[in-house]
Design a protein around this ligand. Structure first.
Ligand code: PLP
Length: 407
């Protein structure tokens, strides 16, 4: 029997549908050894068919790396399926302890702490840190991820939003408050939807000058940048100036889970006070084993990172030559600007149906209205002919829909 709330909820869902913002999930079966191919099962009774995935956050295909898969098989045989409890109540298993040591070493920090996801690590850590004292002030980049916004909001600390990547605006806002207050500056290094990179050296200097804690979300950078995959902070030799480095095991490392790395006392504080860490079951040994294998591989192997950057450059050049408008990304994220939710959805559908190319539309509230886009993420395993095929398909469908070309 349907409840009266159903009618209300349906109205809300219909609003999304009318605006072209309703999210359709694609039923995909990734095929180990054939990255970035997957089997797609349409929900309209059509036969399943193979597609090329162009929007995966498993940026380096590590979710299918033989070393990762082997480590996970071994762990499940040796340690079983689950963690058995929260970290405090029997869930701190040996592989988790080893994983945290590896993460601390990767970021050259005293300590690290694992969480069930990158989202949870941001929410829980920022909420706890900004509550450390009553007069904390948090300075947050306008384009920060929802998980950071949630953490800051849940802390109830006073919040100042500075314009995206704008160090002058940040300085200005910092100058307006009492210097003795605890100050947290929260930024991302690589912005997930724009693909641009924070001027990290400038932010480090501002944090130093203002005696502020610098919290850097490196979710879209760990594994991908720096000699050992320690992110932009490692690439730019700024690890020591970042008070907290936050990352995920779910993107370049190919699994799931999140973490922070920092000083011993800071990590001990978050471990002891962050609700999102304390009141939930630990990651299972099988995930910790896969993550360990993945991180260790990417610390000593440069080839995937190099191949990745080559493919990114090739894709960007090809799109530019084809007149397809892109946002000016400095990273591996290639946002193709459509600028309208309905058109963006239509383009994504045409690519899937006519060309077996899977790329999900990105709409509001993930990005501002009018900046709807396809977010392309080339991997080392997309071949040049895959890229040429994608660009030709985009060109054709772009024309069919009458979309605006780049000047
Ligand atoms: N931070 C940023 C910038 C992200 O883009 C995301 C997820 O896409 C997260 C945090 C959350 O990470 P996870 O997917 O591990 O929960």
């Amino acid at each position: 029997m349907s409840h009266k709330i159903d009618q209300l909820l349906n109205q809300q869902l219909n609003l999304l549908k009318n605006e072209g913002r309703y999210r359709f999930f694609a039923d995909l079966q990734r095929i180990p050894g054939q990255f970035p191919k997957a089997l797609y099962r349409p929900n309209d009774g059509q036969k399943p068919y193979q597609v090329t995935v162009w929007c995966s956050n498993d940026y380096l295909g590590m979710g299918q790396h033989p070393k990762v898969i082997q480590a996970m098989h071994t762990a499940i045989d040796q340690f079983g399926a689950g963690a058995g409890g929260t970290r405090n109540i029997s869930g701190t298993h040996h592989l988790m302890v080893r994983l945290e040591h590896e993460l601390a070493s990767l970021h050259n920090k005293e300590s690290a702490l694992g969480f069930s996801s990158g989202y949870v690590s941001n929410e829980a850590s920022l909420a706890a840190l900004a509550k450390a004292t009553e007069d904390c002030a948090v300075f947050s980049d306008r384009l920060n991820h929802a998980s950071m916004i949630a953490g800051i909001r849940n802390s109830r600390a006073e919040k100042f939003i500075f314009n995206h990547n704008d160090s002058v605006h940040l300085k200005d806002l910092l100058g307006k408050i009492n210097h003795n207050r605890l100050k947290i500056i929260a930024i991302e290094s690589v912005y997930s939807m724009e693909g641009d990179i924070a001027p990290l050296a400038e932010f480090c200097q501002i944090a130093r000058e203002n005696d502020a804690l610098l919290y850097v979300d490196e979710v879209h950078a760990v594994g991908l940048y720096g000699k050992q995959g320690g992110g932009i902070s490692e690439r730019d030799l700024l690890t020591d100036s970042c008070t907290v480095i936050q990352g995920t095991l779910a993107k370049a490392f190919g699994l799931m889970g999140g973490y922070i790395a920092g000083s011993k006392v800071l990590v001990d504080y978050v471990r002891s006070f962050a609700a999102g860490f304390i009141f939930t079951t630990a990651l299972p040994p099988v995930i910790a084993a896969g993550a360990l294998a993945s991180i260790q591989h990417l610390r000593q192997d440069q080839s995937l990172r190099e191949q990745h950057q080559l493919k990114v450059r090739f894709l960007k050049n090809s799109l530019k030559a084809a007149g397809i408008p892109m946002l000016p990304s400095q990273s591996h994220i290639v946002p193709v600007l459509v600028g309208d939710a309905v058109q963006c959805l239509a383009l994504s559908r045409l690519l899937l149906q006519n060309h077996a190319i899977y790329v999900q539309p990105i709409n509001y509230p993930t990005v501002p209205k009018g900046s709807e886009r396809l977010r392309l993420t080339p991997s080392p395993f997309h071949q040049e002919n895959d890229i040429n095929f994608l660009v030709e398909a985009l060109k054709g469908e772009w024309k069919k829909l009458g979309l605006r070309r780049a000047e």
